[in-house]
Design a protein around this ligand. Structure first.
Ligand SMILES: [Zn+2]
Length: 265
């Protein structure tokens, strides 16, 4: 995968970083179980969980953003502004938001979660997502994670999107349905595919599970995933949810490419 071009990221789109909090209990626990960096595994001071130099490289997203797809804008715009890609071709979902720009450090956080099962990152990452998606969570009736095909779930043993969704449900109080969506096609890993390739790859890959339709119908759904790249997966899930009668589908991810919609990484 290529790195996200920092050129796409407006300085104004990167907000102040959340403060790294320390507590007496955390300090005591830190003496007994030293805090390890979520990326390097080295000991770090306090519950920030990242070395200061890595922390400094994280790019948190905030307005101005496209109000539909969440792409950061370079200049301040009015509240209802949408990007050219959304004007030309509206996404299936209603709104997408992310906590971070997908770059070197956020990619390592995602990989740690996805392939090493770093559950110790969930409180931090879920907290960032809850902040970034506050407006979406305020409207949501139900949180639904992007599912894995059962063969991949058996191989990996967990679904990191379910973990993130559970953390966000706990911190926000919004209901969670971990199995409302089902992945019915085992699709190859999407990295390296073009935007069209990704779209074809996930076409018809998801559906609402039998017996879960009543939880979806006329509900505002907040779909959770780790990363949004071209948005092909988010759109395929949103299509399945809307076919089942969802009145609105928003998307919240930990990270997203800062490039306009349709450009793969
Ligand atoms: Zn847009």
């Amino acid at each position: 995968m290529e790195k996200t071009s920092p050129g796409y990221v407006a300085a104004s789109a990167v907000r102040d970083k959340p403060r790294r909090r320390h507590s007496r209990a955390g300090g005591l626990a830190g003496l007994i179980w030293p805090q390890r960096s979520l990326i390097t595994g080295r000991e770090v001071a306090g519950p920030g969980a990242l070395e200061p130099e890595l922390w400094a490289k994280l790019q948190f997203l905030s307005d101005p953003l496209c109000q539909r797809c969440g792409t950061p804008f370079d200049i301040a715009v009015d509240d209802a502004q949408v990007c050219g890609a959304c004007l030309a071709n509206s996404p299936v979902y209603d709104r997408a938001r992310a906590a971070l720009v997908y770059g070197d450090v956020s990619r390592d956080l995602v990989l740690g979660l996805k392939y090493q099962g770093r559950r110790d990152s969930l409180a931090l990452l879920g907290g960032w997502m809850t902040n970034a998606g506050a407006g979406l969570l305020a409207d949501a009736d139900l949180i639904v994670p992007v599912p894995l095909h059962y063969l991949r779930l058996v191989r990996r043993g967990f679904n990191q999107s379910v973990w993130l969704a559970a953390a966000i449900s706990r911190s926000s109080g919004v209901d969670l349905s971990v199995d409302a969506l089902k992945r019915i096609k085992s699709t190859p890993i999407q990295g390296g595919l073009s935007a069209d390739g990704r779209r074809r790859n996930v076409q018809g890959a998801f559906r609402v599970r039998k017996g879960r339709e009543a939880r979806i119908r006329d509900k505002k759904i907040l779909l959770i995933d780790d990363v949004l790249t071209t948005g092909a997966t988010a759109e395929a899930c949103s299509r399945a949810l809307k076919r089942a009668g969802a009145s609105c589908v928003d998307v919240l991810t930990l990270a997203r490419v800062a490039a306009p919609r349709g450009i793969p990484i």
